[in-house]
Design a protein around this ligand. Structure first.
Ligand SMILES: [Zn+2]
Ligand SMILES: [Zn+2]
Length: 383
């Protein structure tokens, strides 16, 4: 046990290595890529073996030769990057862990792995969704954050990265429960008010009109729910978990209390689901909001001089997370700053970024479980 702990601490030490030990050519970059691909590949192979670890949308791809090919290439790349790291780096822990994860995945059947159990499980956990979620989002945002960082010296494995990764794991793993709870209120409303004619009319509108309408309607609902989470003290205890992030990057947005995810998602999908928007428009919006919410938290220095008046940008949402007084209770919108302008909560000073992120006094404890329990604790210091 202590040996495992020692390995874990060594691995963490390597991931969090100081700049001098992770420069190009040190074997750090290849080690991290090899480890991420190896662990991701292992999780994907595990979900091929056990259908209960696979969400149905990904399970439907299991028979697809392209899915198998991509997994095969991923495992090969994991092995190659880990081997490169072993050759380049003095410390061998990154490369070794990457190789071990890849070999384990291969021993489990690799890209040819077949299911061990009948594929009829009604309950599932999104282990494969977690792997795909982190790999795809990381693949998209990490290079952008490295090339165009707002905080230039921010480490990829910055303070509290493990908590935020764990938030990714929970919300991906619990995808079935979250989806069920998200659509429960909408389905109840729809059962009470079928709105057949309205639904038919809305569903036949052009795609672009539907898409923009969804953005406006969900942002309007989101604005007020979000504002409520700030203004009602008991709700703020839940939302303060999201605001406890002290660094902003592609992982920071994942930090959100489980119950807040349920309330926020279920209330924002009500207009989208009840009014009868087409499945294509709804799914496109869900993809957009998934990328957009990662984007606005990202550590990106991009400026959009004209566009930032119309659409929410990283700088706009970074001000929502700012530590300074002027950043308190501003910029609630996630798509259109218009709502903040209309309701008097707009704040975007010219050319300035917040000095720091989080909540004054940092009242929220560290660690996923402590944060899960935090809103239910009897008394803490005032925020
Ligand atoms: Zn907020
Ligand atoms: Zn946020």
């Amino acid at each position: 046990m202590s040996h495992l702990h020692e390995t874990r601490m060594k691995l963490r030490g390597e991931l969090e290595a100081p700049p001098a030990l992770r420069r190009f050519g040190s074997g750090w970059i290849s080690g991290v890529i090899g480890l991420a691909l190896g662990v991701g590949g292992l999780l994907l192979v595990m979900s091929l073996r056990v259908p209960g670890f696979s969400m149905p949308e990904v399970r439907a791809l299991h028979g697809n030769p392209w899915f198998r090919l991509v997994l095969h290439v991923l495992l090969l790349a994991a092995f190659a990057f880990s081997a490169l790291s072993l050759a380049l780096r003095k410390g061998k822990i990154l490369g070794t862990c990457g190789v071990v994860a890849t070999l384990l995945a291969t021993l489990l059947g690799g890209s040819k792995a077949a299911s061990l159990l009948p594929d009829s499980t009604p309950v599932f956990f999104g282990l494969d969704w977690f792997a795909l979620n982190v790999l795809l989002t990381g693949f998209l945002f990490i290079p952008m954050e490295r090339i165009f960082p707002h905080v230039a010296d921010q480490h990829l494995f910055r303070e509290e990265w493990r908590e935020d990764l764990f938030y990714y794991l929970v919300s991906s793993f619990m995808v079935q429960a979250l989806t069920f709870l998200t659509f429960l209120p909408s389905k109840t409303v729809l059962a009470l008010a079928p709105l057949t004619e309205v639904r038919q009319w809305v569903g036949e509108l052009p795609f672009l009109v539907q898409f923009v309408a969804i953005m406006f309607l969900t942002d309007f609902v989101q604005y007020w729910v979000h504002r409520l989470f700030h203004r009602v003290p008991w709700l703020w205890r839940f939302h303060s978990v999201h605001h406890s992030a002290r660094s902003m990057d592609w992982m920071a947005g994942a930090r959100m209390h489980f119950l807040e995810i349920v309330v926020l998602r279920s209330s924002t999908v009500i207009p989208m689901f009840v009014l009868g928007f087409s499945a294509v428009a709804m799914n496109s919006y869900i993809l957009l909001v998934y990328l957009y919410s990662t984007f606005v938290h990202a550590n990106l220095n991009w400026r959009f001089p004209f566009l930032e008046r119309l659409l929410v940008t990283p700088r706009f949402h970074h001000w929502h997370h700012g530590l300074e007084r002027e950043a308190i209770d501003v910029n609630f919108s996630i798509h259109f700053p218009l709502f903040d302008r209309l309701f008097g909560t707009y704040f975007l000073p010219k050319d300035r970024w917040p000095e720091g992120y989080g909540i004054g006094g940092h009242p929220v404890p560290k660690g996923y479980l402590a944060q899960l329990k935090y809103p239910f604790r009897r008394k803490t210091k005032p925020a």
